[in-house]
Structure formats: structure tokens, C-alpha cells
Design a binder for this molecule. Structure first.
Ligand SMILES: [Zn+2]
Length: 414
């Protein structure tokens, strides 16, 4: 077996890794590259757990491989989690997306203006309160395999509308609309985009709850196209059904195999990747001919200028196509997921404290919640004070001190 590494990131941009013999720390992201596998977040950020995770990988990889003797899918030989996830996707879905058009640069300009992230919201509390939290299990995998989640398969077109159609007549596409609301509940269940471009599912959500959440929806009229529309959409399940079934069968047979979680949850992000490469100054200067048609999207400066440690990293966009795969998912799945979570949260809005992508925190137990899809989440349940969506502290019932969850689990003053 070839050499591999496992790593974790903590805090941001501080990496700790292990190669089977020794541990090393770095802040250089480029060092975490080929042969690196990220430790699953259910493990603790300690050297001990890093080794435990390292030792488990060959067994888990072999469990998956044993199911695919014909094609020999070997996770550990795929250089990193991202490549493994991408290859697994291609294995099952390449054929079904062969009829999808390539994504165009015009589409890219609309896609990148959408808010392509999960819903995050919070009602901060002024003191610790009893909280019940639930976390989505295989949430994005479920969406990908769903018959209700529709994605465009053909190129669309820009258009200029005089006014928005009725909700039920709305086409799939990106809309340049100003959506506002002063209702605090709207902030909890809807993600406002400062760039004012929304995919179909967000706009549909705002139109559906217009009265209830006091949404004001205004189509931009500025002599530019105000939408990009698709005539052709297909259920996402036409691509992901077999992929989903295979992962679920594997999960059933190997419930503690953490690599299987990656195959399901990281897929949509990995396959929505742009056709970009990162080069440093020297590489760029030496290959000017090769990169002459590439656009520089972003430049990051490293180290102090004038010292030998100074360097610049450039992210270059390929001139041939904007995204690696011909699948329209990036804006679509995040928009669908937000409206799915938003609709669900509205059923219990009085007790809602926080939403973090696919997890909810409530002031009362949520009995009606689908327990197959959402499980009790310990790390954000208990007596907790919420400061914002990502900052919350557990309170000890005895000493009344506040602790972060990772310290709180080891805390025992009684
Ligand atoms: Zn205590």
C-alpha cells in the first residue's frame, strides 16, 4: 500500500497531520495535498484520535473495495477524499449526465452571484436556556436522490421580464430580484442575498410565504436581462438513484465506515467545482504561453513583501469551460436545501432558536420531526447560551460556568 496521511484543521488554517510514524503541524494549505485524508469530525482533534483514524482507513477502504471487485474502486489509492468522491460519482453517474449540455460562461456569471451556501440563522439568547437540537443525517444525499428536486439539463437563455409570473408559472432559473422583509421570522428561515440573484426555489419560497413573512419582492428593471431561464429540467434522481442505493447498501452493511459518509455528503460540492488551477508567481511567469488565455480570478499574497518568504498564488480560470462537470447543481441544490429547511422550520417557528444548514435548535422537543432524516444532536443540546449561529456555550448545572462543547464533555466538577 502506498503512503498516506490523515489530517485535521483546527483552528482555521492550522493543520495537524500524521503519516503512520510522526506528527507535524503546518499553516501551509499547499502542504495538505496528495495522499491526504481528512479526519472525520466525529473524531476529536488530538494526536491519539488522528492515529486511530489513520489505522482505520485501510479496513474501511477494503470494505468498499470488496463490493466492487469488477471495477476495483479503491478509496485509499485515490490520493484524497475529493478525488475518491469524484471518481465514485463518475462510476455511477457519468452515463446519465452524458446527455446534459456543458455549462456556459453566461450561466456561470448567474450561478456565482447566487448564495451557494446553507441557511444559517440564530436568535441569540441573553442567558443559558434548555435547548433541543436535531441534525440532518445524509440530508444532501437524500436531496440528490429525490424525485422532487429538479435540475436543468440543457442550456437556458437570458431574458428581460416586465413583471414576475405567478408563483405556479415560475420557470426554473436565476432571477435578479430585490427581496426584503422586516419580519424577524423571515430572517430565521430565508437567506437574503446582497447580490440580489436568487434561484427558482428561493424565489418560490419567498412568493409562497409573502403574506405570512411580509416579503417585498421586486424585479430589477435596469435595461439588463433580469433573469436566466431554463425550459428543460429533470429530477435529480435520474442521475443519482443508483449512486444513492449503493451508498445506502454499503452503509447498512458497514455502519461505522466513515468514508461512506464522505461519498454521500461531499459529492455535490466536489462535482460543482470550477475549472480552476492555482499557480504561484514563478510557475505563472515560466508558463506564460500555456496560461495566456486563462483569467486570473484571485490572487493571494503569502508572507511579508520584500522577504524571501513572500509569494503570490493566482487562481486561474480555464478558457475552455467554467465547471469541470456538465451538471447544474451548485446554485440549485443549495437553493432547494434552504427552502426545504425553511419550510420545515416554519412548522415550528415559535420554538426555533437556530438553524445551521441542516440542523435545528429548539426550545421544546420537536416530536413531529421526521426522526429518520433528523437525529438528536448532542453537541448543541442541553443548557446553552447562543451568541450567534456558530458561537454557543454549554452551562454546567453545578458550577454554572460556561464551556465550549469539546471542553464541556470532559468537564466534571461534581
Ligand atoms: Zn461544573
Amino acid at each position: 500500500m502506498s503512503k498516506y496521511f490523515v489530517y485535521y484543521e483546527s483552528p482555521k488554517s492550522h493543520y495537524r497531520y500524521y503519516d503512520g510514524n510522526s506528527y507535524k503541524s503546518t499553516t501551509n494549505r499547499a502542504e495538505i495535498n496528495l495522499g491526504f485524508f481528512e479526519m472525520h469530525p466525529s473524531y476529536e482533534n488530538t494526536d491519539e484520535d488522528l492515529k486511530r483514524y489513520y489505522d482505520k482507513l485501510p479496513e474501511w477502504s477494503e470494505q468498499i473495495r470488496s463490493k466492487f471487485t469488477k471495477c476495483n474502486f479503491d478509496y485509499l489509492s485515490k490520493f484524497n477524499d475529493m478525488i475518491a468522491v469524484e471518481h465514485f460519482f463518475l462510476l455511477f453517474c457519468k452515463k446519465s449526465i452524458s446527455t446534459h449540455d456543458d455549462v456556459t460562461f453566461t450561466e456561470q456569471s448567474w450561478i456565482e452571484k447566487c448564495k451557494n451556501s446553507g441557511l444559517q440563522s440564530c436568535k441569540p439568547t441573553d442567558k443559558p436556556i434548555k435547548v433541543y437540537s436535531y441534525d440532518g443525517k445524509g440530508f444532501y444525499q437524500m436531496i440528490l436522490a429525490s424525485d422532487e428536486f429538479m435540475i436543468p439539463d440543457k442550456e437556458g437563455y437570458e431574458a428581460t421580464l416586465d413583471k414576475l409570473p405567478k408563483r405556479k408559472e415560475l420557470k426554473h432559473g436565476y432571477y435578479h430580484v430585490k427581496i426584503t422583509s422586516d419580519n424577524p421570522d423571515a430572517r430565521m428561515v430565508f437567506s437574503f442575498n446582497p447580490d440580489h440573484v436568487y434561484y427558482y426555489y428561493d424565489l418560490y419560497f419567498a412568493m409562497k410565504h409573502k403574506k405570512e413573512l411580509d416579503f417585498n419582492i421586486e424585479l430589477y428593471q435596469d435595461n439588463e436581462p433580469n433573469c436566466y431561464l431554463y425550459d428543460s429540467v429533470v429530477p435529480s434522481s435520474t442521475i443519482f438513484a443508483k449512486w444513492n442505493k449503493t451508498i445506502n447498501e454499503l452503509k447498512k452493511e458497514f455502519p461505522s465506515n466513515k468514508l461512506l459518509k464522505n461519498l454521500g455528503s461531499k459529492c455535490h460540492g466536489v462535482i460543482s467545482k470550477r475549472c480552476q488551477i492555482t499557480v504561484n508567481n514563478k510557475e505563472l511567469q515560466q508558463n506564460l504561453e500555456k496560461y495566456k488565455d486563462h483569467d486570473i480570478i484571485r490572487t493571494t499574497k503569502i508572507g511579508e513583501w520584500g522577504t524571501k518568504y513572500y509569494d503570490e498564488y493566482h487562481v486561474l480560470q480555464s478558457p475552455e469551460k467554467p465547471y469541470k462537470h456538465n451538471i447544474r447543481l451548485k446554485a440549485q441544490i443549495t437553493s432547494y436545501a434552504r427552502s426545504y429547511i425553511g419550510n420545515l422550520a416554519l412548522e415550528n417557528i415559535e420554538t426555533l432558536i437556530r438553524i445551521n444548514t441542516d440542523s435545528f435548535s429548539m426550545t421544546k422537543p420537536w416530536k413531529e420531526l421526521n426522526k429518520k432524516l433528523f437525529k438528536r444532536e448532542e453537541k448543541s443540546s442541553g443548557i446553552i447560551q447562543f451568541y450567534n449561529c456558530n458561537k454557543y456555550m454549554h452551562e454546567c448545572w453545578k458550577c454554572k460556568e460556561q464551556y465550549k462543547y469539546k471542553d464541556f464533555v470532559h468537564h466534571k466538577c461534581w
